[in-house]
Design a protein around this ligand. Sequence first.
Ligand code: SF4
Ligand code: SF4
Ligand code: FES
Length: 245
Amino acid sequence: MSEKKGRNLQFHIFKYNPLDENDRPKMKTYELEETPGMTIFVALNFIRDRLDHTLQFDFVCRAGICGSCAMVINGVPTLACRTLTSSFEDGQITLLPLPIFKLIGDLSIDTANWMKDMSKDIESWIHTNEETIIDGIEKPMEPELADEIFELDRCIECGCCVAACGTKRMRPKFKGAVALNRIARYALDPRDKRTEEDMYEIIGDDEGVFGCMTLLGCDDTCPKHLPLQTKIAYLRRKMVQVGRS
Ligand code: SF4
Ligand code: SF4
Ligand code: FES
C-alpha cells in the first residue's frame, strides 16, 4: 500500500546577504511536502539540506529555550521551532527576519549584541555593597517571591517583543519590553539595593516606561507568555509616583 502523501507547502522566504554588495533583498519561493508534526524549523532544515544550501537561519535548542530561531512567520514574530506548519490552512508560509535587529543574512539576525547593549544600558545585575561569599550558604528567600522572580527570569531573549513593538520602530532608543521586564525583575529582588529613584533614572523617560504606548504587541507575541502587560503597568504606576515626589 502506498503511503499517504502530505499536502504541498509553499514557503516564501526573504533572501539577502548584506555582505555581498551585488546582492539585493528579494523573496524566494520553495515548495515541499508536509510531513506529520512538521515545524517551521524542520521545514527550513529540509529546504537547506535539499533545495538551497545557502539559506541562513538560526537555531540551537529546537525546544523553545534558546530564543535563537525567532522570525516573522506570516506577519507575527515568533519561534520557528515551536510553530507547526499545520497551523497555516492554505499552506502558504512567508518568513522574514525580525526587524530592528542587525541582519546577518536571510532569516539570521544578531540579537546577542542588541541584548548585551540593553543589559549594559539598564545595568542588568544585582547592585549591592554586600560582599559575595562564593562558598557561603545562600540566603533564604520566601518561596513565593522566588517564584515571582523566576517567572520574569524565564525570558529567553528571543527579541519577539522588540520586533513587535510600534514604539521601538518610532524611537530607536526605546528600551523595549524585554528591558522593562528585566527592570521589574530587579525591582522585586531584595538583594538589589537600587531604590525606586535609581530605577527612575534608568526607565523614567520616553526611552523607558513612559514611551510605551501600551498597544501590547509585546504581550501578544512573547512565546514564553511573560506577564509583560502587568509588569509595564506596574512600573509605570511606580515611576509616576517617583516622578511626582
Ligand atoms: S506595550 Fe509598550 S513595550 Fe509592548 S509593544 Fe506596545 S509600546 Fe512596545
Ligand atoms: S520578553 Fe518574551 S518576547 Fe521578549 S525577549 Fe523575552 S521571551 Fe522573548
Ligand atoms: S531553536 Fe531554540 S528557541 Fe527555537
